[in-house]
Design a protein around this ligand. Structure first.
Ligand code: K7E
Ligand code: CUA
Length: 653
């Protein structure tokens, strides 16, 4: 891997030197010096708002970060698959169930591809979905509260990478497995992989009213690696496309053994046909175990349910639903243009981009022009489905986005550049270097029928000399290009957090007006909420103590508690009585084996404390909420176990 990275870097540098006429940046010391007119384009004056939200996947942070475009200012980190001590997500009693899985509590994941909900192919800004790769999961995040509301685990899946992409009316979130595995999982020799492992493609239905997720069916495909996917749209709505690699079905020395075939496939799935088959009773229900975790905005509490079965579909049982389109070997990205006509598959080891035509594909299917089959699935002829080839001159193509004006933009990892080309003529129109080794790129709405083609953001893998060094690892870097003119213009770059793979952007005016500002106290249905400070109290039940606590600037009620004993389990249920925007209170207790809580206005959250030592122990508010924030504190007296100090508390009379 190290060596690979090194070679990549060398190639990257070569490309930079080759293109220094473009940006005047070949010498490393003055990289990226921009004219002031370019800087103005990224400048959002203090107090002004950005034009777009950009939601970046966190990669190995497991979360989503929210930025503004074009300023590159970071607004928030939304915890999704990883515990987040900053807010108490995954630490508070209410949110711990969100991270439950069939393997128990899994407080981390690797998130790659956010996708915003759509109606009629256009962004509707209701939810954003994202995949957890490692312990396969899909999350749904509300775009009014900017909180994770639901996580569903995927059985029979492994390395949930060709995920989470949605169909044009958000009928489904689709999630494909990168690693094929035995289905069902069982103890068997690894070298019997070929022909025995399966690649599950999961179709998770989305309730149009409340976004509720349900694993509707899993298509059990041959044991290839399903790398990336995108939905058809417009004329190709009803289809879904997946790139595959390792059609060799090798199980070791993959970098050699899975690059033997000259062509791998894009799998074209007619999900409407499969849905019809399933709705008519098709498919086989098999035992499976997976968690379904749902957060309720009114109880402010998540519940986790373990599901016990899943409906599987054998693709050969649904004739006409699944086809393979040969694509130059080891493709990565699989992108569909806004019209739904072109499907772009980029062979990572190729210099050219392969563009398939949906119309050609349908004609070939109707003409039954097949070139054999793989495990009973018809293979179309490469020449029959090809729309064109982009002779890009770049190296290592990965991902493509669209500006809605007939142009496509493809990233090249090895040659570190973004190449702009024209749909239909396949001619290259422009190319700009990236710093360095770009992965995905993002145009707001770029995965929809209506992109907002004003900026493209490139997300780079290697940062090295772009910023002041901070030890051996740098945060990854993103770059913003203005693409409103004929030529792309680099206007800004900024560090990101974790490893953003893909991102999703949306115009600010589609989200900002409906962003939630407070939770209404009158709508708080948390069973341990204190809706009136006079109801604050402490109750003991054996060695379990419930503290019903309220907070308002600048006081905890109760603020002194006595009669707690070593060996107790003390639950602090804290309700924030503020009803003003942006006034959370925090809570932290000395020696607690968990994180702080950050409690939003109108919300109730719970922290568990198990006192270990007799004494008088303080707690305090962690968020500088008011002039007297520093006075927002209290004490708990802890007596030895067996002591008869009575339970008392002060209500601040
Ligand atoms: Cu190319 Cu996970 Cu989409 Cu990274 S993936 S770059
Ligand atoms: Cu409440 Cu500081």
């Amino acid at each position: 891997m190290k060596k690979y990275k090194y070679i990549m870097m060398l190639l990257g540098i070569t490309a930079l030197i080759g293109s220094c006429g473009n940006q005047g940046n070949g010498n490393g010391s003055s990289n990226g010096a921009l004219s002031s007119s370019a800087a103005e384009k990224a400048y959002v004056a203090p107090g002004e708002h950005d034009e777009f939200y950009a939601f970046m996947s966190g990669g190995y942070s497991g979360n989503i970060t929210v930025y503004g475009l074009p300023s590159g200012r970071m607004f928030k980190e939304i915890p999704v698959f990883s515990q987040f001590p900053t807010s108490g997500y995954g630490y508070s009693e209410e949110t711990k169930p969100m991270l439950n899985t069939s393997y128990g509590f899994v407080p981390w994941d690797d998130s790659h591809h956010p996708d915003i909900s759509q109606s009629k192919g256009e962004l509707d800004g209701r939810w954003i979905f994202i995949n957890g790769n490692n312990t396969p999961r899909i999350a749904r995040v509300s775009l009014s509260t900017f909180e994770t509301e639901e996580i569903i685990e995927l059985p029979n899946s492994a390395g949930n990478h060709s995920s989470s992409f949605i169909t044009e009316n958000t009928e489904y979130v689709v999630a494909g497995t990168r690693f094929s595995v035995p289905v069902p999982q069982r103890d068997m020799p690894i070298n019997e992989y070929k022909g025995n492992f399966k690649g599950a493609l999961s179709f998770i239905s989305v309730d149009p009213e409340n976004g509720g997720l349900d694993l509707k069916f899993q298509l059990l495909m041959p044991g290839f690696n399903y790398d990336l996917s995108h939905p058809g749209r417009g004329k190709s709505h009803g289809w879904f496309f997946f790139t595959t690699y390792n059609t060799e079905e090798a199980n070791s020395l993959m970098e050699v053994n899975s690059s033997q075939n000259d062509k791998d496939f894009i799998a074209a799935i007619n999900w409407k046909k499969i849905e019809e088959y399933v709705n008519n009773g098709g498919g086989t229900t098999v035992p499976a175990e997976y968690a379904h975790n749902v957060y309720d905005e009114h109880t402010h509490t998540a519940t986790s349910t373990i599901k016990k079965e899943v409906l599987t579909v054998d693709p050969t049982k649904v004739p006409g639903a699944v086809f393979f389109l040969p694509t130059p070997k080891s493709p990565h990205g699989c992108d569909v243009d806004p019209s739904g006509q072109y499907i772009i598959g980029n062979g990572k080891l190729s210099a050219d981009l392969t563009v398939h035509s949906f119309d050609n594909m349908i004609a070939a299917i109707e003409g039954k022009k097949f070139d054999g089959e793989a495990y009973g699935i018809p293979i179309l002829k490469f020449e029959d489905v090809l729309a064109g080839v982009v002779k890009s001159g770049g190296l290592g193509p990965l991902h493509t986005e669209f500006d809605g004006q007939g142009n496509a933009y493809t990233t090249f990892f090895i040659s570190s550049e973004v190449v702009k080309w024209k749909l239909g003529t396949w001619e290259v129109l422009d190319r700009q270097p990236t710093f360095y080794s770009v992965g995905h790129l993002m145009i707001p709405g770029g995965n929809s029928a209506k992109p907002f083609g004003k900026y493209v953001v490139a997300m780079n893998k290697i940062t090295k000399d772009r910023y002041l060094p901070v030890g051996p690892e740098m945060e990854h870097s993103a770059q913003i290009y203005d693409i409103s003119g004929d030529k792309m213009e680099l206007i800004y770059d900024f560090p990101t957090h974790g490893e953003p793979h893909y991102a999703a952007g949306i115009p600010a005016d589609l989200l900002a007006p409906k962003a939630k500002k407070i939770y209404r106290l009158t709508e708080n249905e948390h069973p341990y909420a204190v809706l009136n400070p006079a109801d604050a109290r402490v109750e003991r039940d054996g060695n379990v103590v419930h503290v019903y606590m309220s907070t308002i600037r600048s006081h905890f009620t109760p603020d002194n508690i006595e009669g707690i004993k070593v060996g107790d389990k003390v639950y602090f249920h804290i309700t924030n009585h503020e009803q003003d925007f942006d006034v959370p209170h925090g809570f932290a207790m000395i020696g607690q084996n968990t994180s702080e809580l950050l409690i939003m206005p109108g919300q109730t959250k719970t922290s568990l404390w198990e006192p270990k030592k007799p004494g008088v122990w303080p707690f305090y508010c962690t968020d500088f909420c008011s002039a007297l924030h520093q006075e927002m504190q209290g004490y708990v007296r802890v007596s030895p176990s067996g002591s008869d100090v009575p339970l008392t508390y002060t209500l601040g009379e």
